[in-house]
Design a protein around this ligand. Structure first.
Ligand code: 5AD
Ligand code: SF4
Length: 466
């Protein structure tokens, strides 16, 4: 059943439709829109919601920068994401001069930072619409306010308890989808800005999640990705508390659903119950993304991660004992305040022992407002670069060696796309999350097929349909 806010927003979508159709008649052409996503899977999902509403209102999607409405869904987890947004915005200014109908919108995590809003007001005042992570469900309403009165609308909330989900969504892939199971984060890792821009942890009710997945499955989805900043603490704060493992068991029951993925797991909350559920499951993919951040117990403690090197390695061992072929991937930060050469060697030691299939390695980025930004012992750029190269080359060697272990096997692959380089080839994804290229026709897209892996190229396989 729709809640009051969902009914209200659907009315605004109808209003927006009227405004768009009037404008179309006036101009004698379609109105185009471009939605660009920066950052993580959560943002990708939010962008599908934004695009869903724009298409429902009558806009036509384009990739082009001269669209009538351009919106950037921003990320602020590291400073380079912010810089990319400013760069792209600068380039939009000239398009806007040429097209008097053009409107520019910004939303997402960056908008939750007051300093960003100040900068936009002074240096990018041609931006028409700003909202944040908490009031994204008001998108249609804010669009109407902007267009009806031809005025700027800047509205950012500090937080919300509301969960508004049942609105149009335009999925990028018809056969797979992300689904939010929780919002926000309570962990306050000392380097991380997410808890400040995404607010406190809120879980959706399991019945609502299952209902939404059932609808997706009826609509052709075979693979879902359960999304949350820390899925392992899902359900703890619900009126009727439930564990993440129990939710997975409920999702497993959904007929027609073939594959289940989830992101992201925090090592401190990963339970034996979850490992057991994964072991029993026929649908949960054999892939776990388990951010390490650092292999040094000293640094982990200052990061406020609440586990140490030994605990992490113990977890990896337990997971591998239960599911021997599982692919484990991770995130690593290099250059956290106070990190020494010895700490980096500890990280390298964990990489070697944990045998990751892949690791995303990031240079520490100072985020204003986080405790780490105030720490006096920031590491100089040259040292960070040296340490980063050491970690990266270890990761690359390890990943190459590890992932090649499937070569020669026949595996099930979900066909995702036509290969960009050669249209006779398809791209598919193994349960372990590794990509496979193989010859096949495009009507296989969305299907799960058997592929024999014939050749390994560092980060992907060549294969043959069997
Ligand atoms: N600097 C560098 N990397 C960061 N991450 C989060 N905050 C920062 C930061 N301030 C990384 C973490 C996290 C991933 C999504 O981004 O590794 O797991
Ligand atoms: Fe950031 Fe830590 Fe929360 Fe992940 S768990 S979003 S790194 S604060």
């Amino acid at each position: 059943m729709l809640n009051n806010e969902e009914i209200l927003q659907r009315d605004y979508i109808e209003k927006l439709k009227e405004i768009v159709s009037k404008k179309k008649a006036e101009l004698g052409r379609d109105l185009t829109c471009q939605v660009t996503t920066f950052g993580c899977q959560m943002n990708a999902r939010d962008s599908e919601k934004i695009l869903g509403i724009l298409l429902a209102a009558g806009y036509v999607e384009t990739q082009s920068d001269d669209a009538d409405f351009v919106i950037y869904n921003t990320c602020t987890v590291r400073d380079n994401a912010n810089q990319r947004v400013y760069g792209r915005l600068g380039a939009l200014k000239s398009h806007k001069k040429k097209n008097p109908n053009m409107k520019i919108g910004l939303c997402g995590c960056m908008m939750q930072e007051p300093s960003v809003i100040e900068k936009i007001k002074t240096s990018y005042s041609f931006v028409d619409l700003i909202f944040g992570t908490h009031n994204i469900f008001k998108f249609a309403e804010l669009m109407v306010r902007m267009l009806e009165n031809d005025q700027k609308v800047y509205e950012v909330w500090e937080g919300t308890q509301e969960i508004v989900e049942d609105l149009p969504i335009e999925r990028k892939y018809f056969f797979k989808s992300g689904i939010n199971i929780m919002f926000g984060c309570n962990n306050f890792c000392s380097y991380c800005i997410v808890p400040y821009v995404r607010g406190r942890e809120r879980s959706r009710k399991p019945e609502e999640i299952v209902e939404e997945i059932k609808k997706l499955v009826a609509d052709g989805v075979v693979e879902i990705m359960l999304l949350g900043q820390n899925v392992n603490s899902y359900g703890k704060n619900l009126d009727n508390p439930i564990s993440f493992a129990k939710l997975l068991e409920m999702v497993e029951e959904i007929e027609g659903l073939e594959r289940i993925r989830f992101m992201t797991s925090h090592p401190k909350d990963l339970s034996d119950e979850l490992i057991e559920t994964m072991k029993k499951s026929k649908k949960i993919c054999h892939h776990m993304h388990l951010p390490l951040q650092s292999g040094s117990s000293k640094i982990l403690s200052v990061m406020n991660r609440r586990y140490d090197k030994e605990h992490y390695l113990e977890l990896v061992k337990k997971i591998r004992e239960a599911i021997p072929d599982i692919a484990i991937t991770t995130d690593i930060i290099v250059g956290f305040p106070g990190e020494t050469y010895e700490d980096v060697l500890e990280t390298i030691d964990v990489i070697k022992k944990a045998q990751f299939d892949n690791a995303f390695t990031f240079i520490y980025s100072k985020r204003t407002g986080t405790p780490a930004a105030e720490m006096p012992n920031q590491v100089d750029e040259e040292t960070v670069k040296k340490h980063f190269d050491m970690v990266l080359s270890t990761v690359q060697d390890m990943a190459k060696e590890r992932t090649a272990r499937f070569n020669g096997q026949t595996v099930d692959v979900l066909v995702e796309d036509i290969n960009e380089q050669d249209s006779e080839y398809l791209d598919g994804r193994m349960s372990h999350n590794t990509v496979v290229h193989f010859k096949g026709s495009k009507d296989l897209i969305g299907k799960i097929v058997n592929v024999k892996l014939t050749n390994f190229h560092g980060f992907y396989y060549d294969g043959e349909l069997v």
